[in-house]
Every structure is written in C-alpha cells, then in structure tokens.
Design a protein around this ligand. Structure first.
Ligand code: AHG
Ligand code: MN
Ligand code: MN
Length: 357
C-alpha cells in the first residue's frame, strides 16, 4: 500500500472526514462560497451552536447547581410563569451575540420588545428570533427540552424600535432550526438547502454532522397532540381525533416539548397539532419564533405546516408575539386534518346560508 492509500485508509477507518464536518464548515459547503455573506452566516450558526453548548452544559448539571431549577416568581409577556432556566437560556443567546458584529437585534419569547446590541449595528445585518427554552414544563423533571431559532435579514434601521419590519411572512426567513437537549444534544438547521442534523460530541465540544438532507415520509403513524384539550376544541379537531381512534395504524406520542415531538415527526413521519380552542382560536404557539421556523424546516424536508386553512409560511403576524394554530408534519397527515376543518367550515357556511333563506 502506498503512502497515499494508507492515508486514505486511515481517514476512512476513523471517519475523520465526517467528524470534521462541523456546523460552520457545513454552512460554507452549502453556500459553495467564501463570500462575506457566507462567512457571516457560518459565524452566526457557530454562535447559535455555542449558545446550545452553554445550555446543554447547564441542563446536564441542573440538579446539582444552585438556582438552576424552579420558577423566578415573575410572569412574562405571554402571561406565563417564568422559570429560572427561561431567564438563563434567554441571556445566553444575548451574551453569545454581544460584540459579534453579526446580529443587531434579538427578539425572544421571553422579551416583550426586541433587544438591541448597538455595537453590532449597523454592521449586523441580521435579526435573530428565538424561543430559548421550549417545553419548559419538562425542565424540572429532567425530560427533553429545546431551543428554536429563526434568522431574518434586518430591513432598515428600525429607529423607533417598533420592529414592524418583522411582521412579514415566514418566507422571509433565511435560516431556521432547533436544538434538542435530549439523550444527546442535536442541532437541526436549514438555510433553504435541505435540513441537516448535527450531534454535539461532548469530547470535542463540537456539533458534528450526523444526518444530511432529512426527508420526512409522506405519511407516518404518529399523531402528537395534547388530548387533555379535547373538550375545548372545535368539532372538526375532535372528529379528526375520533377518526384516528377508530382506524388502525395510528399511535399517540406527546412529550410536552414541541422540539422533541417535532423531532420524532421529522425522523418517523406523522403529524403534530396544537390547534386553537373555542375560547382561544389562535392556539398557544407563537408564529415568529416557534411555528414559522419549524414550518421552514418542514417544507425543506418535504412536509407541510398549516394553520388548518393557510400555509404557516404565508401567515403575516400582526404583532411580535402573535400566535397561530399549528398542524405540521407529513403531507398526507396534515392534509387529512385539514380535510376535517374544511368539512366543518363548509357545514357552517351551509347553516348560515339556510338560516338566511
Ligand atoms: P414554551 O415552554 O416555550 O412556552 O413552549 C411550550 C409549548 C410547546 O413546547 C409544547 O408543545 C406545548 O407548549 C405544550 O403545551 P401543553 O402543556 O398545553 O400541552
Ligand atoms: Mn416554546
Ligand atoms: Mn420557551
């Protein structure tokens, strides 16, 4: 064996090539460019990965660290009790982007208004929208939680801080992804060129490519929904649930953290639903930093995301923390849920017409 072959053999044996496919390198490969734009996006993803490492580290020792678990006693802009880990994770994202020159503005579930990093403006051409800790009810019981992120180009200066330029459809996203803190820490991202997963190798302290070009099956057995809300739903959603109860081949999985539940759907197919209720038709999940980034990934993976009557990526929010119903997953399964909603809407229309005539 000559020297070159020996080298090739060594690289193959230790999968060195794959292990060297770090997140920042992958972004550059995807863009096939070393332009400043590509370098920025690569650096931006590295910062998000750094936030993920900080959060994974704290979560892994949460039971041993003072002041990691439990509530702060505050209520956030969403009207939800704030957990200490919500505050920590929110601040991690701010800290990693300070003096980065990348992101001028951050908007998060935990902050009523966007947070400006003046030293990054006007150089930072991007806005980061994020849910720093998704599934926070899981955090005190050592179950999976996540972070969700979305990157948009910063349009103009937003001098009055109203962030009106963010009130645009999800098609304006240039990158999106999530980090799942589970048995391992996995970062899944897309810059509009497929969906790719990276697993944190704790011994290297790096996210290494573990799955490229994830494609979701057209149909899967899983339906993932909080059935405790059954009596609060519209009849159409109840009918859909009755349908899956009465047909073979369905199985329920619900973990209480969107990121975990959706990750399962990406891997195995099926559908995740967080519908509106009669009293709260807009549902629970927030468009800009929960539903829209996941919809961006889902479309890239060959699946769909819908409100029930509209594609999630076409929804234009009326405020930063706007909510929408979410039905997301395999194409056939999303369409099935929509067909029940359409039927109910049609029945309602007919009733209105009959009562008028
Ligand atoms: P968050 O912890 O960021 O507020 O999000 C919680 C979300 C989502 O992760 C999950 O799917 C859903 O809320 C769970 O809600 P229910 O407890 O109402 O099922
Ligand atoms: Mn969330
Ligand atoms: Mn959250």
């Amino acid at each position: 064996m000559n020297d070159l072959n020996q080298t090739m053999d060594f690289r193959h044996q230790y999968a060195l090539d794959r292990d060297c496919t770090t997140l920042s390198r992958h972004v550059l490969q995807q863009l096939q460019s070393f332009s400043s734009e590509a370098q920025d996006l690569s650096a931006l993803m590295s910062r998000i990965a750094l936030a993920g490492k900080f959060i994974a580290r704290r979560l892994s020792r949460a039971g041993l660290v003072e002041d990691a678990l439990g509530f702060t006693g505050e209520v956030n802009v969403q009207g939800e009790s704030v957990k200490k880990m919500d505050v920590y994770t929110n601040e991690v994202f701010i800290s990693v982007f300070e003096q980065s020159g990348l992101v001028c503005r951050l908007a998060s579930e935990e902050m009523e208004k966007p947070y400006y990093i003046p030293e990054n403006c006007p150089v930072g051409r991007y806005t980061l929208l994020y849910d720093p800790l998704d599934g926070s009810s899981n955090v005190d019981v050592n179950l999976s939680v996540g972070s969700i992120f979305s990157v948009r180009r910063q349009d103009g200066e937003d001098l009055n801080g109203s962030a009106d330029d963010l009130l645009q459809s999800g098609r304006q996203q240039i990158a999106a992804g999530y980090i799942l803190y589970g048995q391992s820490t996995i970062l899944v991202y897309s810059i509009g060129r497929g969906v790719h997963a990276f697993t944190l190798d704790p011994s290297l302290g790096e996210f290494i490519l573990s799955q490229e070009n994830i494609q979701i099956p057209d149909h899967g057995p899983v339906y993932s929904v909080n059935e405790g809300n059954f009596w609060q739903w519209e009849e159409s959603i109840r009918d859909y649930i009755r349908y899956v109860h009465r047909h073979e081949g369905y199985t329920a999985r619900y973990g209480g953290a969107l990121v975990g539940d959706i990750h399962r759907i990406f891997m195995q197919g099926g559908v995740f639903l967080y519908p509106g209720t009669v009293k709260k038709p807009e549902g629970k999940l927030r468009l800009l930093y929960e539903s829209a980034p996941l919809a961006f990934l889902m479309e890239q993976a060959g699946g769909r995301a819908s409100t029930g009557t509209q594609e999630i990526l076409d929804v234009i929010p009326d405020k930063l923390h706007a909510r929408t119903p979410l039905i997301i997953g395999s194409r056939e399964d999303v369409s099935l849920v929509e067909s029940f909603i359409r039927e109910e809407n049609r029945d309602r229309q007919e009733q209105i017409l009959t009562s008028k005539s």
